[in-house]
Design a protein around this ligand. Structure first.
Ligand SMILES: Cc1ncc(C[n+]2csc(CCOP(=O)(O)OP(=O)(O)O)c2C)c(N)n1
Length: 620
């Protein structure tokens, strides 16, 4: 069947049986591709029938669809002309792992971060009404993403607006881990209602009674018997806040989905369709471990085992350290925004269930909640991925730093993360945190320094950002690991020709560069800055005045990071005749690709840096 599908119109020629066969083909194809490229498997396997039904009933060359997070958009990509391109998904120059408006006319809004879909769809629906157009606007959101503050803010707005739009709630009872919280409790009550099989005879009779337009529906339904209540549950939360609630419906029954979408299309108000799906559907390892197959590296299709040997990463090192520290200090607590596994807290959660908090996809709440904990004497560690800390910026400024509260903001996945691309690259945190008063920012060069910095943070008694990258530590063995002293950089190598100042995982690169420069009779001084803020300038100035040439290395945007700190030192102190260059990512959203590929693309790899230094030449 898959061979017959090249554009959405092809889908419309298929009958239900053929669409069911197509669903199987699509599953096989996605498993083939993701087992090679890595990616979001379980969520995509869960939405195959849903996406087929959506593309059958709607015409997304006109109708608009916003996929929340967008990690589940592979099926949509396959059905909308990107079947072949899927083979290069998440690879440099290949298609992205998330919806991209510049990739296809069938993608209407870029996503990657959770819980934005309802707001965006509402904006599009309002614009449609102002322009007097009449297409459909649909947000597809998971039960996990529905726990995010933005989604709840948007529900509040949409429900009371009476705007014609559709929210498809894709409920698989999972965020990345098991979904949590009050919204999940509400959904489990709704789930308990039997899915009404619309496509059987009695079901069809009932659905046929639903008038095509408007509010009359409510009255008829309210008069109807129990069987209809199972299809449309009045006076439940969503109805109370202004939505027409349809469901729950079996998200793997294409015919039922199509019938319901056709009816919902005719309603002239906000509609929420509650669709029940199984994460990982059709692939046993993913059905059994949907959390492991939420986002995966390449794996062996036969048994689901990862192809690459697992190396210990920074998140795991962080989690292990935190357990050791928490055993000795009862005040230590950990907060995650739905990323228990990703941030290395799974063991901590088991060991200290009373001191572990998963607050759902709610970074803003996580940070202010931690501020409350800190205010009352706890020591909260809050690991959140760099790009998701963007969500909690005001909370960091207003709730943590203004009050100088000792919240330890652990910025996981800082720097380039690779295949997830522009929405997930952690290249802004150094810049946006640096401008916040009362903040201290540190980054370790290896696991050992991570441990020292965590100890330092524990006793610091003020707001502190501890940033560390995705993946493992470098193979570099460092000859030093001095005590951490506030603001003090670590001098790793003396030299006289050039000063190389690096931070975090770039320190290993600085050491390697120094080794290679030796072969060219260039003697480099290597400084591990450790701190971005505050940074003791004295020794750095001394080094710069000695070598008269300085480069900085960071896995961050060029505006506002380490390079700009050093440039500022040079300018403010009127250091004359200094040659300076900052190696950092330019002022762009960095696309998907491997770290090595992206470094090369932006001239931040060792070769490019060596080339630059040799071309510049050094003073003898
Ligand atoms: C702001 C933000 N925080 C965290 C994440 C990481 N994340 C990606 S998908 C996901 C779970 C989403 O669950 P759900 O919406 O139910 O979709 P499912 O994968 O179950 O279909 C999380 C936490 C994110 N993308 N954005």
């Amino acid at each position: 069947m898959l061979e017959k599908i090249n554009k959405p119109e092809d889908l419309k020629k298929l009958n239900i049986k053929e669409k069911e066969l197509l669903a199987e083909d699509i599953r096989k194809y996605i498993i083939d591709v993701v087992s090679e490229n890595g990616g979001h498997l379980a969520s995509n396997l869960g939405v195959v029938e849903l996406t087929i039904a959506l593309n059958s009933i709607f015409d997304f060359s006109k109708d608009k669809i916003v996929w929340d997070v967008g990690h589940q958009s592979y099926v949509h990509k396959i059905l909308t002309g990107r079947k072949e391109a899927l083979k290069n998904i998440r690879k440099l120059n290949g298609i992205a792992g998330f919806p991209k408006t510049n990739e296809s006319e069938y993608d209407h809004f870029n996503t990657g971060h959770s819980s934005t879909s309802i707001s965006a769809a509402m904006g599009m629906a309002k614009a449609r009404d102002i322009k007097k157009e009449n297409h459909n606007v649909i947000a597809v959101i998971g039960d996990g993403a529905l726990t995010g503050g933005m989604a709840l803010e948007a529900l509040n707005h949409v429900g009371s607006s009476r705007t014609k739009m559709m929210i498809i709630l894709n409920d698989n009872e999972m965020s990345i881990s098991k979904n949590i919280g009050g919204i999940n409790m509400l959904l489990s009550k709704l789930r308990a209602k039997k899915c009404y099989t619309i496509s059987n005879k009695s079901g069809r009779k009932i659905i046929d009674k639903i008038p095509f337009v408007g509010r009359g529906l409510v009255k008829i339904i309210q008069r109807a018997k129990q069987s209809i209540k199972q299809l449309i549950i009045p006076k439940m939360y969503f109805e109370d806040i202004g939505f027409k609630y349809l469901g729950p419906v079996d998200g793997h029954n294409i015919e039922d989905l199509q019938i319901l979408f056709n009816r919902a299309k005719e309603l002239d108000e906000p509609v929420l369709i509650h669709v029940l799906t199984k994460k990982g559907k059709g692939y046993k390892p993913a059905e059994e471990n949907p959390d492991k197959f939420h986002a995966t590296g390449s794996f062996n299709k036969e048994n689901g085992m990862p192809k690459a040997k697992k190396v210990k990463d920074y998140s795991a090192a962080f989690g292990e350290n935190l357990i050791r520290m928490a055993e000795k200090n009862e005040k230590i607590v950990a907060v995650t925004a739905a990323m228990k596994d990703g941030t290395g807290l799974a063991e901590f959660a088991k060991k200290f269930p009373n001191r572990f908090f998963d607050v759902g996809i709610a970074e803003q709440h996580a940070v202010t909640f931690a501020a409350g904990l800190a205010k009352e004497g706890m020591i909260p560690f809050v690991p959140i991925y760099s790009s998701f800390y963007q969500r909690a910026y005001d909370q960091v400024i207003h709730d943590v730093c203004m009050q100088k509260l000792p919240v330890i903001m652990c910025v996981d996945r800082s720097g380039i993360v690779g295949a997830d691309g522009e929405t997930h690259q952690g290249i802004f945190d150094m810049s946006f945190f640096k401008v916040v008063p009362n903040i201290t920012i540190v980054a370790p060069k290896d696991f050992k320094e991570l441990q020292s910095m965590m100890k330092f943070a524990e006793g610091f008694n003020g707001p502190i950002v501890l940033r560390y990258p995705r993946g493992g530590e470098s193979k570099e063995k460092f000859n030093k690991n001095e005590n951490i002293i506030l603001g003090e950089p670590e001098f790793l190598k003396e030299g006289k020709h050039i000063t190389i100042i690096a931070i975090g995982n770039q320190v290993a690169k600085a050491v390697r560069l120094a080794e290679r420069l030796k072969e060219n009779k260039i003697n480099a001084e290597v400084i591990n800055s450790r701190f971005l803020k505050p940074l003791n300038e004295e020794k750095i100035i001394k080094s710069i005045l000695k070598t008269k040439m300085v480069i900085t290395l960071e896995d961050s945007t060029i505006i506002g990071g380490l390079g700009s700190t050093i440039e500022d030192i040079i300018v403010r102190n009127k250091l004359e005749d200094i040659r300076f260059k900052s190696f950092a990512y330019p002022d762009v959203y960095v696309e998907h690709g491997t770290i090595d590929e992206l470094e090369e693309l932006y001239g931040l790899d060792e070769e490019s840096i060596i080339k630059y230094i040799l071309k510049e030449g050094v003073d003898s």
